[in-house]
Write a protein that binds this ligand. Structure first.
Ligand code: NDP
Length: 331
């Protein structure tokens, strides 16, 4: 087992703002795992849109802060009591937590799981957060049934491609939206039955009604937030569900609950972390996700693996709508 150095490379922010606040450092202290934690040497770090919310301050967090919420790597040591969830030095794990944009992270053992040997390097870090999000959304936010018409916004994005693929596996009929012809093609190749450009379609609501024979969709999975929310209210069918789970275009402003009356609409605003709060939930959903990847041969699309020092370019690409699938960092 490699010895543990005192300092490491990582990305720190001391204040919120644009990509200029991202500081690549080479002399950050390597963390010491506390009770309930393990120290992991990260091999691949997952970038998620939520990282940009912590950078801009949309989601508050104490500063200075090392950004990043998931990575895969090797367990180097455990906290004072050792042997947590049977994790031991040398284990290959993928984890969710904080301070992932670094060579080493002290992570809650309860949120680290072993990587199945069938997964090539990088695939677990490219899958866990976005894949678990999609899986819990189609189970808990609206339990999708075979034959349901489902609208997925930003269908060629990270979570979007997972939704398209998982919805195909469960037999739903997916309408995917995106902003370019290339992204729409990708959504289609990954399971969307029909695709619509939500940037250029002049009668978006009419188009969705036409596709669904006037009925509207059973559920909308909307990660864009403010831009599409009014459309969501129009295109969801009677007794339908709007699942608003992100803010890529900004947060949904307050709205009147009476807007839901016309069609008995349900609106839910889930976060992954509440769906996997217990070890049992986390292990169960992770095992199911790995099973989907391996047995159903899901396509884990990696947009680019950026060097950690190139973090500003990665955030610029993600926020600039230039990416499809997953962005990874290599420390
Ligand atoms: P994506 O890969 O989906 O990237 C964002 C995409 O959103 C863009 O490529 C773009 O696709 C679309 N988009 C629409 N409007 C805008 C806009 N104004 N600015 C930028 N992008 C826009 O990112 P992720 O898969 O990482 O995350 C997707 C969303 O899901 C985020 O909002 C994230 O916060 C949320 N999320 C929520 C979780 C939860 O627990 N609630 C967990 C994980 C993610 P296009 O060009 O096609 O419009």
């Amino acid at each position: 087992m490699a010895s543990i150095p005192k300092t490491m490379k990582g990305v720190l922010i001391e204040k919120t703002g644009g990509v200029e606040v991202l500081q690549y450092k080479t002399d950050l202290p390597v963390p010491t795992p506390k009770e309930g934690e393990v120290l992991v040497k990260n091999d691949f770090i997952g970038i998620n849109y939520i990282d940009t919310y912590f950078r801009t301050g949309l989601y508050p967090a104490p500063k200075p802060e090392i950004l990043g919420r998931e990575a895969e790597g090797t367990v180097l040591s455990t906290g004072p009591s050792g042997n947590l969830y049977n994790l031991k030095p040398g284990d290959r794990v993928v984890w969710l937590g904080t301070s992932a944009y670094a060579e080493y992270s002290a992570v809650p053992a309860s949120k680290a799981v072993l990587i199945p040997s069938a997964l090539p390097a990088g695939i677990a870090a490219a899958s866990l957060l976005q894949g678990l999000t999609a899986l819990t959304l189609i189970r808990e936010s609206y339990h999708v049934q075979k034959g349901d018409w489902i609208l997925v916004h930003a269908a060629a994005g990270g979570v979007g491609l997972w939704l398209c693929q998982l919805l195909r596996v469960v037999g739903a009929r997916t309408i995917g939206t995106a902003s370019t012809a290339e992204k729409l093609e990708l959504a289609k190749a990954n399971g969307a039955e029909v695709v619509v450009n939500y940037k250029t379609e002049t009668d978006f609501v009419g188009r969705i009604k036409e596709i669904t024979g006037g009925e509207g969709v059973k559920a909308v999975f909307d990660s864009t937030g403010k831009d599409q929310f009014e459309n969501d209210l129009e295109v969801v069918g009677r007794k339908g569900t709007i699942v608003s789970f992100g803010n890529s275009s900004g947060a949904v402003p307050p709205f009147s609950i009476s807007k839901l009356t016309a069609k008995n609409i349900k609106v839910t605003r889930p976060t992954l972390f509440n769906s996997i709060a217990t070890r049992e939930e986390y292990e169960g959903y992770s095992a199911e996700l790995f099973d989907f990847i391996i047995k159903d041969k899901l396509n884990v699309r990696i947009h680019e693996t950026y060097p950690l020092s190139d973090i500003a370019r990665a955030h610029t690409d993600l926020e600039g709508r230039k990416t499809t699938g997953k962005l990874l960092l290599k420390p």
